[in-house]
Design a protein. Sequence first.
Length: 191
Amino acid sequence: VVVTSIDLCTALDADEVRPVHLLLALTQQGSGARDLLAAHGVTEDAVGAALGVPRPAPPEPLGDEDAAALRSLGIDLDAIREAVDKQFGEGALDGAAVADRDGAADLDDGDLGRRRLGLGGRVRFGRGSKKVLELSLREAIRMHSREIRSEHIALAVLRTDDEAVRMLLGTLGVDVAALRADLDGRGRRTA
């Protein structure tokens, strides 16, 4: 979640990671809290729209002329699709996230994508996001967890006094108490 928030800020050309960026990162593929947040209306599309994140148009599918040109070179698109589906699962070429060697999911072209920052990157953590990370540690300790998980970060985002997060959750009509209870229950089950 932390790395994803940095990647998102880089893609958005934001100068610092704020709590709303951590919330957006929690809605991304690979976050353990993603489905639970979505069940409460906190989705990547909803948070992204509220933050003004542009959604790129999906790539144009190959046309008949493209397929014919590839066939003339000996490339059978149906055989490629079948082999990819067999290796990576049904619909793998239809925009699903593909895990890299470390198990992290790279997002498809419809998402912002992931870019790793080297040491000395420009994006820094703002005061509010530092507070969220501190609170996430407290949530993990409270739940007797041996690690900080995305559920702990989500609970910390809900505890923060960040005005942008409060306004966003209010705009989405999120019942914060119910979401917190669900996250708390999940966090205790995974501890």
